[in-house]
Design a protein around this ligand. Structure first.
Ligand SMILES: Nc1ncnc2c1ncn2[C@@H]1O[C@H](COP(=O)(O)OP(=O)(O)OP(=O)(O)O)[C@@H](O)[C@H]1O
Ligand SMILES: [Mg+2]
Length: 301
């Protein structure tokens, strides 16, 4: 039975040692874009979510339902039409170091080496060009480089990869560097938009393992967009599905499923038929076959 794996939203599987606090608050957010001169198309409608520190949220939904739009709002790349988003208790007004972002691919600077890509964020956020003439910069740079090499090893890359340019790396290696780049900024919130979807299955599996081990060790708050329900169940501690009710054009997407997952991750190998039933259940919501309705175990809202 699926429901044994789905905890009511108000319960947690692994109670944290310290009381959780809210990392991301999405308050009544709606997003619409102009279509022609007089009308607007609503993409997201009245989305309200509290994401606790250390949660690994996987965001699913049909293409065009607004997953990337929501991620860009949390990042601060775009502003909601209505409502507001807070990260670490403060409203998001622009992109800043509170959130790190890993897109599907091509996020590295192609004309910079792996090492330069890794150190660039911390260096530019701490010192502007003239500030680099100040005496403290040399010591800071040394420290950041040491941290970059640590991060490189952490991501399963070799020290010799530091001098390579992105075009000399495989797609999987590039995504490892991109994750390392986001971690270098010490952002508490990690946003990933289909970060593994361009990879072959074996590389994707190894990156999933890497991300899970990074999450287990550092417990950042993660919001991870994917189209792959199995990946979502393996990675996430909370699964959210966005969908447009009744496929009516004037409606935006809403949260149609919001449920906790076991913190240990789920897989076909460990959970067998239960896993397959849950995949089917989630995909019904993603396709818009099921709409929000009160349920006894509180899995949807
Ligand atoms: N700046 C914009 N101006 C107008 N429309 C936009 C803009 N940004 C996004 N949209 C529209 O918003 C809708 C949602 O886009 P979004 O990229 O968030 O979907 P998605 O769920 O990430 O889809 P996919 O799974 O294909 O990546 C799409 O119809 C898209 O065309
Ligand atoms: Mg998208």
């Amino acid at each position: 039975m699926v429901s044994t794996l789905i905890a009511p939203h108000t319960e947690t599987f692994d109670a944290p040692a310290v009381p959780a606090s809210t990392a991301v608050q999405i308050e009544n957010v709606s997003v619409s874009y102009p279509v022609g001169k007089k009308t607007r198309k609503t993409i997201l409608e009245n989305i309200s979510l509290d994401i606790e520190e250390g949660e690994f949220v996987v965001l699913l939904g049909e293409t065009g339902c607004g997953k990337s739009t929501l991620l860009r709002m949390i990042l601060g790349q775009e502003r909601p039409t209505n409502g507001r988003i807070l990260v670490s208790g403060k409203p998001v007004e622009r992109v800043d170091s509170r959130s790190g972002y890993v897109p599907q691919k091509y996020s590295l600077f192609p004309d910079r080496t792996v090492l330069e890509n890794l150190v660039m964020g911390p260096e530019t956020s701490a010192y502007h060009i003239l500030g680099r003439l100040r005496p403290g910069f040399r010591a800071f740079r040394k420290q950041v480089r040491e941290e970059a090499f640590r991060q490189l090893r952490h991501m399963g890359l070799q020290e010799s990869d530091a001098a390579k340019y992105p075009h000399q790396l495989s797609g999987g290696m590039q995504q490892r560097v991109a994750i390392g780049q986001a971690l270098m900024m010490k952002s508490r919130v990690l946003l990933m938009d289909e970060g593994f979807s361009a990879l072959d299955p074996a590389t994707r599996t190894s990156l999933q393992r890497l991300l899970r081990s990074v999450w287990s060790e550092l417990k950042p708050t993660v919001v991870f967009v994917t189209h792959n329900t199995m990946e979502a169940l393996y990675l996430g501690t909370r699964l959210i599905v966005l969908a447009r009710p009744n496929f009516e054009d004037h409606c935006g997407s809403r949260v149609v499923l919001d449920m906790k997952l076991p913190a240990s991750g789920m897989s076909l190998r460990s959970n067998g038929q239960e896993f397959l039933d849950l995949v089917d259940h989630v995909e019904q919501f993603s396709r818009g076959d099921r709409h929000p309705q009160p349920s006894l175990n509180g899995e949807s809202r």
